[in-house]
Design a protein around this ligand. Sequence first.
Ligand code: SF4
Ligand SMILES: [Zn+2]
Length: 465
Amino acid sequence: MFKDIPVDVSPMYEGERIRAANMFVELAGPKSIGAELVQVEEAVEDGRIEVRGPEISEMEEGEIYPLGILVEISGEKLEKGLEGVIERRTHELCNYVNGFMHLNQRDQIWCRVSEKASKAGFKLEHLARTLSILFREEFPIIEAIAITIITDKSEVEAFLDKARFQYEERDSKARKLSDNDVDVFYGCVMCQSFAPTHVCVVTPDRTALCGAINWFDCRAAAKMDPEGPIFEIEKGEVLDDVKGEYKNVNAVVAERSQGTFERVYLHSVFEYPHTSCGCFEAVAFYIPELDGIGIVDRDFRAETPLGIPFSAMAGQCSGGKQVEGFAGLSLEYMRSPKFLQADGGFERIIWLPKHIKDSLTDFIPEELRNKIPTEDDADNIKDLKKFLQEAGHPIIQRLKEEAQDEENVQEEDVKLAEEVRVFDENVQTAPVAYAPELTVPTSSGVRIILKNAKIYAEKVIIKKK
Ligand code: SF4
Ligand SMILES: [Zn+2]
């Protein structure tokens, strides 16, 4: 099937990593631009393959080039609602090619071609041909497919605009719906190939953490292939509306995570946060010194105020883990009115990169817009606290209330001790023992030593042996 392709194609190459030392060229990624897009069209010329811009053979070793992957499909049973889910498979299918690495999704893609593949004569034309075959194989409802791969910079720029417009169309459709409006959520286990205990729960308010699949996409996918990796979850009994805990969701997550996790809160980073695979767009992380939450995404390369960058944080919570204080999430979820609602939503957000903040202007409550710092305002805890105090961020009030609560508890402890003393004085007691050191015998392998012990008793009974 792949006889004209000079490298091997098989699912066994899926986990292949191409390090900088072994790469011929890098395509898209953080130092360039790129995107992938699947479009359902009325009519498509089946088998059409096109590479617009320089081929691998015309590229310079060690350089970075922009990349666009356009997949146009048609078929009687295909609907626009399936574009997002089919597009999400680009990642997996590209990685079947030995010597080609594909990371992330949408306009976050990051690819590399290995030196070995380039020497074997591998070209982007071969990648396009492979995708054409694999997509048809994976989705029999595709009747015709055409693939265009773009590496010309200005064409990739134009393609990026087109792709972003399409992503926004898909995302904004889901924004109109709330978790409360539906009886069914969806689960996705596509990422279990590398994060075996990860189960995505996709609801109208919580777009999947990869940012590429929303509730509508899941609905279309589950309808097309009910036995596939995306499946229905009856919402069932609500255990906690604010935290987003559902009896049935817990049961499905327990089953699909092979019993690893029994509870999930959809809208909190505390106690039982959603599991994280590895392709999340951003991470919400708890900042204990200020009792607030920060957000960082993969485009932010510097260190967060915690002193570690996104990559280190992602390492701590990815792989299908549930780590209290961390939650992988999509940037779209930050546009939901339920965004971390159990933790206080934006009132609890005390740091985020400027590019995220700028993209969320219409979604951050107006009174908080100038109060949430970015890397321009603070890059360490001390400066962060100073900024929050000066800006009058609600977290400062929260910290004061917490300090007050602690003071009250201490005062209550003092009062209680006082009451005990008064009680002691009022009760007719008699000192029965005084010892500078008294050992209380126990049977559990520990010794209890009381220093300067004074023992009082209301009644002393003396019995003859
Ligand atoms: S991140 Fe979640 S929704 Fe996205 S592909 Fe992976 S499992 Fe599916
Ligand atoms: Zn994932």
